[in-house]
Design a protein around this ligand. Sequence first.
Ligand SMILES: Cc1cc2nc3c(=O)[nH]c(=O)nc-3n(C[C@H](O)[C@H](O)[C@H](O)COP(=O)(O)OP(=O)(O)OC[C@H]3O[C@@H](n4cnc5c(N)ncnc54)[C@H](O)[C@@H]3O)c2cc1C
Ligand code: FES
Length: 500
Amino acid sequence: MEQTKKLFSQKPSSYWRNSTEMPTYPALEKDLDTDVLVIGAGIAGITTAYELTKRGRSVVLIEGRELISGTTGYTTSKLTAQHDIIYHGLIERYGEETAKQYFRANLQAINYVKDTAAEHGIDCEFEEQEAYVYTQLDEGVETIEKEVEAYRKLQIDGYLADTMPLEIPIKAAAVMRQQAQFHPVKYLIGLLKEIELRGGSIYEQTLAVSFDTESRPVVHTENGHTITANHVVSATHFPVQVENQYFSSNMNPKNSYGIAIKSKKPYPDGMYISLESPKRSIRSLKKGDDHYVLVGGESHVTGDGSSVLDRYERIYQFAEEQFGVEELYEHWSSHDLLTTDQLPFIGKASDDAPGIYTATGFGKWGLSNGVAAATLLADLIDGKDNEFAELYKIGREMEEAEAVSIGEDDVNRISNETVVKPDNLPNGKGAILEKDGQTMAYYRDEKGELHEMSASCTHNGCPVSWNNADHTWDCSCHGSRFTAVGEVVEGPALRALDRE
Ligand SMILES: Cc1cc2nc3c(=O)[nH]c(=O)nc-3n(C[C@H](O)[C@H](O)[C@H](O)COP(=O)(O)OP(=O)(O)OC[C@H]3O[C@@H](n4cnc5c(N)ncnc54)[C@H](O)[C@@H]3O)c2cc1C
Ligand code: FES
């Protein structure tokens, strides 16, 4: 236990990024004028840029940090239309036609990745797999049965099972055939090459910080340049392009975790996710003849102040019991944005900002939905009809997301267990403490130097909380994350935490 705690205290790193040679691109050093500007190099942005260059458009793709360093670099990478339990609910809420469309959009996305990888010879470890959502409780059986009934109504190729190839005792499982898993970073690097071959330009370390939307959109970058475009696609995870309360009101950020282990037991085929919480999401990883397994889960509201170290530990215990851990290979975490009706937002960002498009709210299923976004956005830019435009429409009426209520007590719960003043703060730890009536974030680095910052997120002022495993300050409102010394790791925040 102590040993794994120590391992999980080390800096997390992504299996996907570490198992790939990452290309580098320059930062933007001049002003540009282009047809389409795509902001954000995750699956949604890169696929959109690829699709548009393929259609003959002139495209510039900018990334604020490193390529594929957002959620796409830290995912589980199941490429599936089985999004946990969703189809029964979609039928109830929106009817069979909408539910069918959602399935079709995601099935087409799987085929898009398969065909694109084959067309360009991209070795992205694409493998067809059956996808299972399982329950271990009697109370869960009805939910699974209803989902399988929804499969039948929607003509989804699937079935009800009472056992699985993976030896977990279950009460029932909904199984979807012909789903897939792949290596997202290898795939997307293949697309980046194709974007360049078709004349597209790619820039890293080029953060978009503000937008003028009066005539043609003009995007200002942190390093002092402008990019003027006919169309701008903001694929920045949480949209950063325009003030739009709609996104804040209708989405919540949720973190989850992954570990890659070398298993003592052979792994059967299949991708698995539990119906019950704590969630467990399982798939194999391809590494020569060895059996590597990715185990994920422990979903929770980002920045809720709970102990992230304990979450990694619980996933590890599950992996140990299930597979026997021969080696812990990597551990990582990330967050995604969940809408209240489980459908993403893809399309024109707002009526007030012509020429600006966005794709967000993928609800932890953004690998297929992010690919669906690319063809939908390319059609909108081309002025073509797209059968999924209404399904994903931004501005549709929906129940507002329950406000995430993270009070100061929650924020302080972990960080302040023993700390009452900055002097008590041990090396390598962070804490939220009061100073002159203000809430401050303190971090003492490994050399003993104390860093003092405001605990207000620079996006919209919500309180940040200390993440005791990843050593970040996390914001519960829209998911911004900051390094221990306050630099932005992940937006929508664009500025570091304030210092006096
Ligand atoms: C632990 C975990 C497991 C998951 N597993 C699965 C799964 O198995 N299957 C599945 O389908 N989905 C899964 N998801 C969800 C999926 O990974 C995400 O929905 C998807 O990767 C989001 O892609 P994106 O392109 O929208 O965002 P990102 O990948 O976050 O890309 C956005 C990019 O924009 C950049 N950016 C942000 N702001 C700016 C700016 N101002 N200027 C320039 N660049 C900027 C960021 O640096 C980033 O690189 C999982 C999510 C998590 C957290
Ligand atoms: S991310 Fe919006 S206030 Fe912190």
